[in-house]
Design a protein. Structure first.
Length: 199
């Protein structure tokens, strides 16, 4: 049993049950359990934020397993590191090796955090290598433009013929939102040119 233990339980949808997680956390000593129905893909979760705000130095955050807290090693390492900096311990019931309230657990976490940093570094290296390779082949990084100059010219012609936005977008194979943005940008550029001439 842990003193000052606060639990956090999460499932992705309301169709799933939190009962087993809550029972396990209360059984492990949690005096309060924050319950959330939200995806683990983001840390922008209402109950998770409440839990973080509630935690005080000397508390121990309990989770049933690491997947309840986050999805990537890097995210988990960041969360546990921030908790440690605030004087808050962390323990996962399904992963007993990750218990920062013990000297052994802290050692394991340091290794865990190092692996997360390595993962981030490797991802950064792969991204840079990919951009360099694309540049060498004459391509720039980032998302390709949805509407080329040729498509925009066709779109303007179709619109002058009375075609709707939907019909025009379908003809040039782009989304209506992309077409609307492109037409708005073209209109704004035209207005700016006219104002410049008038001046």
């Amino acid at each position: 049993m842990l003193e000052n233990a606060i639990g956090y339980a999460r499932v992705s949808t309301r169709g799933q049950s939190l009962d087993s997680q809550v029972d396990a956390l209360v059984g492990a000593g949690a005096v309060r359990v924050f319950q959330e129905y939200a995806s683990g893909a983001t840390q922008a979760r209402a109950r998770w934020k409440e839990c973080l705000d509630y935690l005080q130095p000397g508390n121990v955050l309990l989770v049933a397993d690491l997947t309840r807290l986050g999805r990537s090693t890097a995210d988990l390492a960041d969360i546990v590191t921030v908790l440690g900096q605030r004087g808050i311990g962390f323990r996962s019931l399904a992963e007993p090796w990750l218990d920062t309230t013990s000297a052994h657990g802290k050692l394991i976490f340091d290794m865990f955090a190092s692996l997360a940093e390595y993962e981030r570094s490797r991802l950064s290296e792969r991204t840079k290598a990919g951009l360099a390779a694309a540049k060498a082949r004459g391509r720039l990084g980032g998302r390709p433009r949805a509407i080329t100059a040729g498509k925009l010219e066709t779109a303007l012609q179709l619109r002058s013929e009375g075609k709707t936005l939907k019909e025009t977008a379908e003809r040039i194979s782009v989304s209506v939102s992309s077409l609307t943005r492109a037409l708005s940008a073209t209109s704004a550029a035209g207005s700016a040119k006219s104002a410049s001439r008038a001046a």
